[in-house]
Design a protein around this ligand. Structure first.
Ligand code: M6R
Length: 596
């Protein structure tokens, strides 16, 4: 998704800071990039393609100015061309605007502006903003008032940042799209996401919907729609800038897969009593929901499926909905809790489902990685998964941390038989994951099956969401066809697709009825000559029917899901690597999907 960076107070370094910030936002996914600096005039440089293309274009330009904004664009209105890249200008070239989100009434505004004589150069919704500011300036308003008047005309979602010729100020506003300010001693930053300026400061202010910010070398101010000053808390970011580097790994994704032991330790720290082994999740433990509805998308949806199962195991009615389909869900009953599982806390579909839940009178909770995110701020409660920054577009460590956090939630809010055993297994997760990372044969499995036509993943119970996640990871980063199924469903249709060129990854842990039945399904695919890769803890005899085995340490089935997933992450990673894919930034995908 699009990214924004802004900077004032760095004098001659403004351009370098902006380009550095853009490179830190690359992980969000983009197809063009640009910058605007405001000196005596506003200067713009923008290019379709990568930041490298922008850097190259900048080599032949001299852009100067004390205030600047930059943008990475992920196309929504119009293809990724130089003209459609941000920043966008008004007719006079005095007002430059970068924008994330979607302006829903742009066509109406554009028609009105064209009739009034404005000339548009792009296909974007964003371009209406500089022209609206231009009109307000022509009516004699000062810069801030002109930007405010333009913003007031917009409907839809936006994080907008504006610079104007001859003014060393950035004007910014948000509605349904994140914006965060960074404060240093004599410089100020603005971004859609903290990593953009984390190398320069750890002091941040999260803007709320309807707020307006002005940043100049003299200071910052946040106000509401009426212009009245708003008191804002200054937060400190608790992760190190180094965490957003690759630390010697070829890809962020591989680094993040290897960070899972640490991520789980952070998630459990202070929440599992070292002596008693009991779970303490503070006030969240008192929520006592009579029922839970989960809403989420993508990988987080798979974590939510798993979380709902944990609660059902504990006797609490729980259902999972794709956030984008929540409109069709039954109303939450009684004292129900609606839980949005969202790594970023900014996924538009999930936010919209949570808002709908609030309208229906439900209490809401965000399970998120991002302190200060919209989900965390808008929900009544937040359970942080504490995975640290995840830069690879494909979620890896955050999925593991979501599963761990959802275990803590179910243990902390319910009485579960065998809780002690589960807690022990959670505590063993970091060392068990490390054992897999140290000794996995996933690369050789990837080597064997890299040329396959398609990949299928099956599992039952707690391993069903893992099968779905295994397939999602494979398709996201390898661009190959992959599907995950509840093991029992295979014979109801998908079996028609199974051939000797379609390896089936079967997640089989434990030796109970689930394992026995999944082995039955494994035999069905084996009989159709499909290669079988068993992901197993060795408790059952699935190995007898498998061509390859990916081992995981023996543990509680709930924890086994996290372990099995690590092996599947590694297989997808190595297949993608062998195919030379863009692993950290897969085509067409974005880290944080801020449009519905
Ligand atoms: O930030 P969220 O967890 O709300 O994101 C939800 C999905 O967009 C996300 O999980 C997506 O499926 C990832 N690309 C998964 O790798």
């Amino acid at each position: 998704m699009c990214g924004i960076i802004g900077c004032v107070g760095r004098d001659d370094e403004t351009l370098d800071v902006l380009v550095h910030g853009l490179s830190k936002l690359e992980y969000r996914g983009y197809d063009s990039a640009g910058v605007a600096l405001s000196g005596e005039r506003v200067d713009v440089c923008k290019k379709s393609g990568k930041i490298e293309d922008l850097r190259e274009a900048l080599e032949s330009r001299t852009l100067g100015g004390a205030a600047g904004v930059g943008h990475t664009r992920w196309s929504t209105h119009g293809p990724p061309t130089d003209e459609n890249a941000h920043p966008h200008l008004d007719c006079n070239g005095d007002v430059a605007v970068v924008h994330n989100g979607i302006i829903e009434n742009y066509q109406e505004l554009r028609d009105e502006l064209v009739t009034a004589g404005h000339t548009f150069k792009s296909d974007t919704d964003t371009e209406v903003v500089p022209h609206l500011v231009e009109d307000a300036l022509a009516d004699g308003l000062d810069n801030e008032a002109a930007v405010r008047r333009a913003i007031a005309r917009l409907e839809g979602s936006y994080a907008v940042a504006v610079v104007v010729s001859g003014d060393d100020t950035i004007y910014a506003a948000r509605n349904d799209s994140p914006l965060v300010l960074g404060l240093d001693d004599d410089a100020y930053y603005l971004a859609s996401d903290v990593p953009a300026f984390r190398d320069f400061t750890d002091r941040v202010i999260y803007l709320a919907d309807g707020e307006f910010a002005t940043l100049s070398a003299e200071g910052w101010r946040v106000s509401d729609v009426d212009g009245d000053e708003v008191d804002k808390d200054v937060d400190t970011v608790d992760w190190d800038p180094e965490e957003t580097g690759k630390s010697g790994y070829d890809h962020f994704m591989l680094k993040e897969i290897h960070e899972q032991p640490r991520a789980i330790r952070q998630c459990l720290r202070g929440r599992v009593d070292e002596l008693s082994g009991e779970v303490d999740i503070g006030d969240l433990g008192d929520l006592s929901p009579t029922g839970v509805q989960f809403v989420a998308c993508g990988t987080s949806y798979h974590a939510a499926l798993y979380g709902a199962q944990l609660l059902r195991d504990a006797g609490i009615p729980a259902q999972t909905f794709l956030a984008s389909e929540y409109a069709t869900a039954p109303p939450p009953i009684g004292d129900a809790l609606v839980v949005g599982v969202t790594q970023s806390g900014e996924t538009a579909d999930t936010l919209s489902a949570l808002r709908e839940a609030r309208k229906r009178g439900a209490r809401t909770m965000a399970v998120t990685n991002t302190v200060g995110s919209t989900a965390a701020r808008e929900c009544d409660h937040a359970l942080y998964i504490r995975a640290g920054p995840e830069i690879g577009v494909a979620a890896s460590k955050t999925f593991a941390s979501q599963l761990a956090a959802l275990n803590l939630f179910s243990l902390g809010t319910t009485r579960i038989d065998g809780a002690r055993e589960i807690i022990g297994a959670l505590r063993d997760l970091p060392s068990n994951i490390q054992a897999i990372l140290d000794d996995s044969n996933a690369e050789s499995v990837a080597d064997t099956y890299v040329d396959s036509d398609a990949y299928f993943f099956i599992g039952r119970g707690h391993q069903y969401p893992v099968a779905l996640e295994g397939a999602l990871k494979m398709k996201e980063i390898t661009y190959k066809h992959a599907e995950g199924f509840a093991a029992g469903e295979l014979k109801h249709g998908p079996l028609a697709l199974v051939t000797e060129d379609t390896p089936v990854f079967a997640v089989v842990t434990g030796d109970g009825e689930m394992a026995r039945k999944t082995i039955g399904n494994v035999k069905e695919v084996e009989a159709r000559d499909a290669p079988v890769v068993a992901v197993t803890d060795g408790q059952s005899d699935v190995e007898r029917y498998a061509d390859e085995v990916l081992e995981v340490p023996e543990t509680h089935p709930q924890a086994a899901a996290v372990l099995a997933n690590v092996q599947l992450q590694l297989v997808s990673y190595y297949v993608a690597d062998k195919l030379g894919r863009s692993i950290d930034k897969p085509r067409n995908l974005a880290k944080s999907v801020t449009v519905e």
